[in-house]
Design a protein around this ligand. Structure first.
Ligand code: HEM
Length: 443
């Protein structure tokens, strides 16, 4: 009666990986009465995300995200989503993004200044805090450093319950009201309070800012109506959540993998010395920080911050030679496909050199063998923002510190909305060389 529900709930990642290893590119899994199709091959992933994107909506488990995010960009559909995407996308155009670089490096500089030589810390917590600050400052010109602790805690409560809520959303068509989960309800109320404060403060200020919040406040629909407070809250919350934890996780895993691979660390340090020579990076340096980018790409292959994407078929379709009936949920896992030996030889090995001659760009492997940011119309709106932020921050961290993983600290994966290090990543920083003070003043 329960199908594979118990096995899945014990270990989502392991279960789906084993299914694909054992049964191939399309696997039908029963979660109690609900069939889910696991789709592994890049060809079929492209069909779902790009070629036939109009024939799919987001899968039922996204309703668990909607409990927190409402009808923000990540969780909305149809014409409403299209309009919101059109409004939000300009904030992520190249020119806008370049102007965020100085905000990013300044925030990272402040963080690194606070690190003490040989004093143990949890790098995952550091990354969560700094990326939250960056999203707040870049998109809403808001100072959230003081609120970071509260936001972080509230986010942890809501994302910690994601797996339970996602499973319930898959199994039942109706939503269990959030007030029945007291801690979650309180956490959402806390987040609403913080975000409400940012929106209220801006509404009451006559100072015009050229940021995303201003664009959202000035937006009008076809009838000339502005966005409601609820809609604004949903978009601000979505970008806070989607825009900080993901990048924080990519950076945390990158630091972990670098610390575990001294040869790669040495190569990276050499690049940083040649390109930056101790100063802060700028957007002009990005094309020359090739190896830094390769390290990040390889990190996101092995530890994709977003480890899976779900869709629901709106009509009968065919995937990998199998009929998938209308209404079925389809799961696509970056976690599994990006570790497929058919596309990445010795797939579990951390090897940034794979990206020197990018095998996706040169057509050696299919486009959707690697898709940390998804693809098609619903591709991550913040992908370039995230790559720039991650590259700048990784360069700054690694230029200044060698990070030693605290011996004996357990490193385990926890698959929530994102692929978190379950117990964080505890490190001991060792100073390499001081960043020039003059550069700090330039920013
Ligand atoms: C390493 C960092 C990141 C990763 C791995 C990542 C990954 C993804 C993925 C896989 C999707 C597609 C989900 C789907 O198709 O259902 C997505 C969507 C989205 N991401 Fe990101 N993301 C990252 C950073 C960011 C940042 C920095 C922002 C914003 C500041 C952001 C905002 C969003 C939004 C709003 C969507 C929904 C887009 C839509 O449906 O139109 N993400 N992200």
């Amino acid at each position: 009666m329960l199908g594979s529900l118990i096995e899945v709930s014990r270990d989502w990642l392991g279960f789906y990986k084993n299914c694909a290893d054992e049964y191939g590119d399309v696997v039908r899994v029963l979660l109690a009465h609900v069939p889910v199709y696991l789709v592994v091959h890049p060809r079929d992933i492209e069909t779902v995300l790009v070629t036939n994107a109009a024939k799919f909506t987001k899968s039922e488990d996204y309703r668990a995200l909607a409990r927190v995010l409402g009808r923000g960009l990540l969780t909305s559909e149809g014409d409403f989503w299209k309009r919101q995407r059109g409004l939000i996308q300009p904030a992520f155009h190249r020119q806008s993004i370049l102007s965020y670089a100085a905000v990013m490096t300044r925030a990272a500089g402040r963080m690194l200044d606070s690190w003490k030589e040989k004093s143990e810390r949890n790098i995952h917590e550091d990354m969560m805090r700094v990326t939250l600050e960056i999203v707040g400052r870049c998109l809403y010109s808001a100072e959230v450093t003081d609120a970071a602790e509260r936001v972080g805690h509230a986010m942890e409560v809501v994302t910690g319950r994601f797996i339970i809520n996602a499973s319930l959303a898959m199994l039942f068509r109706f939503d269990i009201p959030v007030r029945f989960a007291l801690r979650e309800w309180r956490a959402i109320r806390e987040l609403n309070g913080i975000i409400g404060g940012i929106i209220r403060e801006r509404r009451s200020s006559d100072q015009r800012r050229e940021d995303l919040l201003d664009m959202l406040l000035r937006a009008r629909d076809a009838d000339g109506n502005p966005m409601s407070d609820t809609q604004l809250r949903d978009e601000v919350m979505t970008l806070f959540l989607a825009g900080h934890e993901t990048t924080a996780i990519a950076l945390s895993w990158a630091c972990y993998l670098i610390a575990r691979n001294p040869d790669i660390e040495a190569k990276l340090a050499e690049e940083l010395q040649t390109v930056l020579g101790g100063r802060f990076p700028t957007p002009e340096d990005l094309p020359r920080l090739r190896y830094t980018e390769m390290v990040l790409k390889e990190t996101m292959r092995l530890y994709p911050a977003v480890w899976g994407i779900g869709r629901r078929a709106l009509e009968d379709c065919e995937l990998g030679g199998y009929r998938v009936p209308a209404g079925s949920n389809v799961f696509i896992l970056q976690w599994r496909t990006q570790r497929d030996a058919r596309f990445f030889p010795d797939p579990d090995r951390f090897d940034p050199e794979r990206w020197r001659d990018d095998p996706v760009r040169s057509g050696k492997i299919p486009r959707f063998a690697y898709f940390p940011f998804g693809g098609g119309p619903r591709v991550c709106v913040g992908a370039s923002f995230a790559m720039m932020e991650a590259t700048l921050l990784l360069a700054m961290i690694q230029q200044k510190f060698h990070l030693e993983i605290v011996p004996g600290h357990p490193i385990e994966i926890f698959a929530s909305v994102t692929l978190r290090p379950k117990y964080g990543i505890r490190v001991i920083p060792h100073c390499r060389a001081a960043v020039k003070d003059t550069d700090r003043h330039l920013h």
